[in-house]
Design a binder for this molecule. Sequence first.
Ligand SMILES: NC(=O)C1=CN([C@@H]2O[C@H](COP(=O)(O)OP(=O)(O)OC[C@H]3O[C@@H](n4cnc5c(N)ncnc54)[C@H](OP(=O)(O)O)[C@@H]3O)[C@@H](O)[C@H]2O)C=CC1
Ligand SMILES: CC(C)(CO)C(=O)C(=O)O
Length: 322
Amino acid sequence: MSLVLLAITPAIFYGVLGVVTNMANLHIVGAGAIGLSLANAFAYDHSVTLLVRRRYTVPFAFSSGQELYHLPVKHIDLSDPTQNKPLIQHGFICVKSYQLKQAIQSIAPYLAEHANLFISHNGMSDLKEIEQYLGEKQALFFFSTSMGGLKINDTTVKATGAGETYLGACNDIALERLSLSFNQFFCSQIPHSKIHHNIAQLRWQKLLINVAINPLSAIHQVKNGQLRQPRYASMILQLLNEACVVANADNIDIKLNEALTSAYQVMTGTQHNSSSMAQDILNGRHTEIDAICGYIVKRGAYHGIDTPYNREMLNQLLKLHS
Ligand SMILES: NC(=O)C1=CN([C@@H]2O[C@H](COP(=O)(O)OP(=O)(O)OC[C@H]3O[C@@H](n4cnc5c(N)ncnc54)[C@H](OP(=O)(O)O)[C@@H]3O)[C@@H](O)[C@H]2O)C=CC1
Ligand SMILES: CC(C)(CO)C(=O)C(=O)O
């Protein structure tokens, strides 16, 4: 593949033209596939600093189609006591579900009094646990995304699909600032982004998409689009059927046919993407199966609903971890 290294990055180019408006200082925790994809999207309009936890010597880069360019971002290694610590007004946490608590603990001391915190991850986390680290004037948002990103080396991400992104408010302060934050950071920067007014529904809808796609794509090491083959149809139906029964017991109004339609739409929209779980297994990393199928099994047990298909996926993935 012939990649063109652009000498003038888009953000600098825009700056020269004087197009930048409302520039804000943004901090992104996690230089992974999603963190770097966001950094790329935001760097056009804002000043972006990545908050990392180890030393990087090679510049961060973004690749799309035939283009490869360095991201015009700074970074701070939070584990290095000699580095200046940030003051975070707008923080975006893009880590795995099992890394979330630790990531929030590590930045909580640096949040500005009126900070906006945006979290994004697959699977279910306990929002109440996260809110305990926030002051009463600090807003907590959740955004769910189906955009695809693939780390091709430690510092470069390749765009693999532009899925939809939904922003929702998790506390009252966030609700007050929802439109403003959406207009400032999502509307024009993140393709196919929308506001969602029901955070619980939003998180369940994304959970069901991940129940359908992630474990099967990881076990069979296939791209999202390949899951549309008939041989996976019965398992996907069973997984989503169980998950919808559990969602309904949790007072979430989701119908099986809607869950199936969304899952197949995402498979099509991200057909060339290797799901995050498929990448985790390929790279020998821990997966988020506990927060995805594990969550269905746990909530099912709470309601007295048996979930053998989700349990089977959970057990298979746990075996692949070890
Ligand atoms: N990749 C994709 O296409 C998609 C991913 N998602 C979801 O988005 C979330 C993020 O995924 P993804 O970007 O792929 O994950 P990655 O594993 O690629 O990236 C996570 C990054 O977070 C860093 N990190 C973890 N904890 C901390 C911390 N305390 N301080 C600083 N950095 C930290 C890790 O650093 P280190 O390398 O040092 O461990 C790593 O660079 C997941 O929930 C995933 O399921 C959703 C849609 C698509
Ligand atoms: C939507 C999907 C399946 C996109 O690949 C995703 O969330 C993931 O990879 O974890």
